[in-house]
Design a protein around this ligand. Structure first.
Ligand code: FES
Length: 218
């Protein structure tokens, strides 16, 4: 492995904290893969070997898991993972047009990264946010009710290094490495900075309350 001494020591300490959450070591593999992405920006060959050593699996077994889930990247990922939902509802509400224009705008296709390493573009399946279609995500933060123009503006701002906030709240979008550390289970203390459910998501609940159907409604 090519990790320097300091990086390896920190990774080993973090891995021990993750493994301690589970009754058997191998159960820690998914957050461990996010942990190596938080250091390398993708699941690197070194990261695979590190995970294998830590959870007592073979490198082949770790690779088999890492290649199964699309959230694990096998090539150096951009600083911002930009996903455009092109599943049915978003597609008909404008997602296909957003994808076409955004892909042409940044000059990369699905699962490709811009030359400056800033943006990795991908087509996303349904994000369970259809009430706000068409939806885009940046490092898993929601950008609701997008247009080709708004999507291109978000990406231009990210490339220019400006602070960009998701449509659901004021918190700045963080980097792919930072969000990978959160997905590994290390709290960044920012969980309550944004609004959880938007107006559209709560409309049914409010309608039910209006009808007096309050049982189970909070
Ligand atoms: S189809 Fe896009 S969020 Fe459901």
């Amino acid at each position: 492995m090519t990790y320097d001494e300091t990086t390896l020591a920190q990774l080993t300490e973090d891995a021990a904290a993750i493994i301690a959450r589970y009754p058997v070591k191998r159960s820690a593999l998914l957050p461990m893969l996010h942990l190596v992405q938080s250091v390398d920006g993708y699941v690197s060959p070194d990261g695979i070997q590190f995970c294998a050593d830590q959870v007592e699996l073979t490198a082949a077994e770790v690779s088999a898991v890492a290649t199964f889930y699309t959230q694990y990247k096998r090539r150096p990922n951009g600083e911002y993972q930009v996903g455009v939902c092109t599943n049915t509802l978003c597609a008909v509400m404008g997602g296909d047009r957003i994808w076409d224009e955004l892909s042409e705008h940044v000059g990369v296709g699905h699962d490709e990264t811009t030359e400056d390493g800033k943006i990795t573009l991908e087509r996303l399946e349904c994000n369970a946010a259809c009430d706000n279609a068409p939806v885009m995500m940046v490092n898993w933060e929601f950008f609701d009710n997008q247009t080709p123009e708004s999507a291109k503006q978000v990406v231009d701002d990210l490339i220019a290094g400006k602070d960009v906030a998701p449509t659901r709240g004021p918190a700045k979008v963080c980097s792919f490495k930072q969000v990978s550390r959160v997905l590994a289970g290390f709290d960044d203390g920012r969980a309550n900075e944004d609004q959880g459910a938007g107006e559209a998501a709560l409309a049914g609940l409010e309608a039910a309350k209006g009808q007096g159907w309050t049982e189970g409604a909070k």
